[in-house]
Design a protein around this ligand. Sequence first.
Ligand code: NDP
Length: 465
Amino acid sequence: MSPSRQTPRREQEYREPGKLSPALASIYSDVLRRNPGETEFHQAVFEVLETLAPVLEARPEYLDTKLVERVCEPERQIMFRVPWQDDSGEIHVNRGFRIEFNSALGPYKGGLRFHPSVNLGIVKFLGFEQVFKNALTGLSIGAGKGGSDFDPKGRSDSEVMRFCQSFMAELHRHLGEHTDVPAGDIGVGGREIGYLFGQYRRLTNRWEAGVLTGKGLEWGGSQVRTEATGYGNVLFTLEMLRARKEDLQGQQVVVSGSGNVAIYTIEKAQALGAHVLTCSDSQGYIVDEKGINLDLLKEIKEGERGRVADYAERRGASARYVTDGRVWDVPCDVALPSATQNELDEDAAWTLVRNGVRAVSEGANMPTTPAAVRVLREAGVAFGPGKAANAGGVATSGLEMRQNAERDSWSFDHTEERLTQIMRDIHTSCHETAERYGFPGDYVAGANIAGLERVADAMLAQGLV
Ligand code: NDP
């Protein structure tokens, strides 16, 4: 059930420098040489480079000024020791990361991930994706990403608090509302953001609301931030379907994951009349023929920090819990991967195509492998890349920073309206850019090129940075 940590051979063969133009192949070879063993980072860079040939032809100044090389190299990489003590007094040592990737458009911005799989290559791939994503939002936010190989699963609140305090004891010196503004990601939700903010405030003696986003509503958080990534992905999917004169109403939808992104993806898809059949975690998935009961799922996941297996036990006859196979085996019209990277591989893509899928849109970051993306695109499936489709989360973080700067707080409806408009604008920008460069309907090329152009033009204007 859980996606392989190893990149399969077929996937590796798919991304060889020889498949790129000579200029781009040389850039990619340098990335491979300088970042050994960072397979997810290589994958993320390759996925962008393979769409850039036309833009480099149209904008030779990007090549002359080594713009793409500069975009592929983080501005700063921070790694640090995080020692902490568990409830029984045992000492643990984890590793913390913050990759400050690009600040041409604003302060570094991007989430923190706490998961045992976290390593430098994963944080760098996430930071690299964030460069394009944040540019696509049209807001003044640069790109960063961070986290730790700490596993919050099964830890008490006080253990999580002690870990967060130790993590922030080092990280705080690199942060600031005008410098670097983290948020949540896998394993980092409202509880962790609270502990991190409390420690930052003690260490700096400053009430600096704009230093973290995803805060509680009573102390500087924004309405809709919790819902934003999932809602945003559904809104992006709707725009892709509308561009093909289709709708979400009555569609059968498969969602993976059962965390923040998955839950609010299900909520929005149901509100727009879709029938959501599934959710999952790393141990198995649920198929609920009556449609996922969101109140029950929220109670288990948000209230009790439980597993999806508990859902099947409490839901009754309509739901079954499956531990072998993949959620992508369930026939659907729309698939919304919302768990983690590389969870939807080439075989899964073929299964989806055979079952008649019409749209796949990434709530998670890079959940679809490059070979799977190729299968979906060649089959004419509308495909929304995470850089564009899940940008609603960081966009609403940008709106949270704006409210913090104004010492204001907006209503739910007003904030959701802003999110909806941003997602429509991102869709339009990807769609139009893809057409302009001769790839109609290709949102991957559209997102990469539109994101690159905004960052690259800012970097050009700012001199050799
Ligand atoms: P959560 O920690 O809230 O939930 C993660 C979900 O994915 C859980 O159901 C988890 O199951 C599952 N999962 C994690 N790792 C694996 C794995 N190796 N195999 C199978 N399932 C797995 O994280 P989020 O919902 O916040 O994030 C989900 C994805 O969305 C990530 O890719 C993240 O980078 C991306 N994203 C998140 C944003 C946000 O605002 N939160 C913004 C943009 C993108 P289990 O409990 O078993 O681990």
